[in-house]
Design a binder for this molecule. Structure first.
Ligand code: GTP
Ligand code: MG
Length: 199
């Protein structure tokens, strides 16, 4: 499934221009620059499938990627929320798009909510978790950039985030730690996605 067979199919700047629903959709949400696009590249084994940048605000649309035809898996890269090297108006319109998409997409099987391992959950993240809880969309928190902190700090962060998730009905209790740079946690995340397809 994850053998480099993913390809771009659609980019949607607005909620009115989403592609027709097909297959099992899995979306990657998170603050600007958290590493959403990099994680999609690491998962699919394609270096430049999703566009990445050190400047927050790189992904400005909902970007849809399809896996091998029979698998019926579709990955969605999302604009970041929270902050960006873009106008306030743009950030606000992305945030509206993100929330509308997350609450209204019935073939959305799972959302991975990416959190920078160094920073933990922020208020803007909690807003997204609330939208997902309210819409009963199953989601799991994935820590990113795990290569940037010490193992002991990472363990503490995982425990803290797990504790916060206890009050969120649609959240998976498990928190995955990943590094797209060092390919850590990638096989585990792929395995979780395969299990989802088999459900
Ligand atoms: P937006 O589209 O702007 O919201 O950002 P994004 O969440 O898609 O982040 P992106 O994947 O573009 O990565 C942002 C920056 O973080 C880039 O400079 C990446 O190289 C870096 N980065 C991503 N993942 C990792 C990681 O696992 N480790 C380290 N050290 N850097 C990472
Ligand atoms: Mg991006």
């Amino acid at each position: 499934l994850f053998a480099g067979d993913f390809h771009f199919i659609w980019a949607s700047p607005s909620i009115e221009t989403l592609p027709p629903m097909a297959g099992v959709e899995i979306a990657f949400a998170g603050r600007s620059n958290v590493g959403k696009s990099s994680l999609i590249n690491a998962l699919t084994g394609r270096n430049a499938l999703a566009r990445t940048s050190s400047t927050p605000g790189r992904t400005q649309e909902l970007i849809f990627f399809d896996g091998p035809a029979q698998a019926g898996l579709r990955l969605v890269d999302m604009p970041g929320y929270g902050y960006a090297a873009a106008s306030k108006a743009k950030v606000a319109s992305w945030t509206t798009l993100i929330h509308k998409y997350l609450e209204g997409r019935s073939n959305l099987a799972r959302v991975y909510v990416l959190i920078d391992a160094r920073h933990g959950l922020k208020d803007v993240d909690l807003d997204v978790l609330k939208t997902l809880d309210r819409s009963a969309v199953s989601y799991q928190v994935v820590l990113t950039k795990a290569d940037q902190i010490k193992k002991s700090e990472l363990e503490g962060r995982i425990t803290d985030v797990r504790t916060s998730l206890a009050t969120h009905p649609a959240a998976f209790p498990e928190v995955l730690a990943t590094s797209s740079e060092k390919s850590e946690g990638i096989p585990e995340l792929r395995a979780a996605m395969v299990r989802l397809l088999e459900e």
